[in-house]
Ligand binder design. Structure first.
Ligand code: RIB
Length: 314
């Protein structure tokens, strides 16, 4: 077994074709506007996070579904060429997932998803692949695939003591958090408020602790765009981690770069704090280019910037 093989991460998640338009300002309801251009990229949170993990030097097995169409075949093949294990990507009788993304001149975006084949991945598909999952060091899931698939992956990981990272994006209010142990949850501020039912902060730490205990979440990581990332850890500490100051061009995929880099760094043996420092760099650097996957930095690039993010002990 190679060093990388020992650091394999399982990702249960979506694959989308991203249709990205750039505009000056996002349209208002009922408004029609002309885009400056249209670009088609590979996307989907599961695939984006898989690329982020791969670029940190880990092996990746992606559990997902593409459609029985040309774009699905091409997507699967291109991920294989990149070095991702695609043997757990199934084909469904539906179109490959699509995302219609509009980015404004400040790099902010709005996204509409047509899930298509992503909606076909079920608990059975995950159960059948339990041995592959059991060989991974970390399991990472998001919410662009059905709840039973995420739950099954989490249950298998719980049984085998494999750490599970969940990035519950987009939030699904039906997700039964209490039914499994989630070792790490990565959320942005809006998602945090939807899940906890109040905005988390250092000031209300004891309330946050009580709520995540109820939800059986061990460690909560709250990203806040360009503001410090908040961490409520299992060991009873709560701390803030600086972000990397950048001038964003396009924020699409920044959250995925964060989650993927975080999971990879855990697999590589980083502490929670160091994994967040690296993930903050990966997220920020991803905003400096167009498309979700192209600008995701590799391990060396993250290392070039990580010293700018102070450690708690500094
Ligand atoms: O997080 C960004 C991703 O969200 C895009 O790639 C798009 O496909 C949607 O899944």
């Amino acid at each position: 077994m190679s060093e990388n093989e020992k650091n394999r991460v399982a990702v249960v998640g979506s694959l989308n074709i991203d249709y990205v338009t750039r505009v000056e300002e996002l349209p208002m309801p009922g408004q029609t506007i002309a885009a400056d251009d249209l670009t088609i990229f590979r996307g989907g949170k599961g695939a984006n996070q898989s690329i982020a993990i791969l670029r940190q030097g880990c092996e990746v097995s992606l559990f997902g579904c593409v459609g029985d169409d040309e774009s699905g075949k091409a997507y699967r093949e291109s991920l294989k060429q990149d070095g991702i294990d695609v043997s757990e990507i199934d084909t469904a009788p539906a179109p490959t997932g699509s995302a219609f993304i509009t980015v404004d001149e400040d790099g902010e975006n709005s996204i509409v998803i047509a899930g298509g084949a992503n909606d076909f991945i079920g608990a059975d598909d995950i159960r059948k692949a339990a041995p592959v999952l059991g060989n991974c060091k970390v399991v990472l899931c998001q919410f662009e695939v059905p709840v039973p698939a995420v739950l099954e992956a989490t249950k298998i990981a719980n049984r085998q003591n494999i750490p599970v990272v969940v990035n519950p994006s987009p939030v699904n209010p039906t997700y039964p958090w209490e039914s499994v142990i989630t070792n790490y949850v990565i959320v942005n501020e809006n998602e945090a408020e939807e899940i906890l039912e109040f905005p988390p902060s250092m000031e209300n730490e004891s309330l946050v602790r009580q709520r995540i205990h109820e939800l059986r979440i061990e460690n909560l990581v709250v990203t806040k765009g360009s503001d410090d990332t908040l961490v409520f850890s299992k060991d009873g500490t709560a701390f803030c981690v600086d972000t990397l100051p950048v001038l964003p061009i396009d924020t699409v995929g920044a959250g995925d770069a964060f989650a993927g880099c975080f999971a990879a760094r855990l697999a590589l043996g980083d502490s929670l704090e160091d994994a967040v420092r690296a993930a903050n760099c990966a997220g920020a650097l991803t905003t400096l280019g167009g498309g979700a996957q192209n600008p995701i930095p590799d391990f060396d690039k993250v290392e070039q910037h990580i010293e700018q993010i102070p450690k708690l002990s500094d």
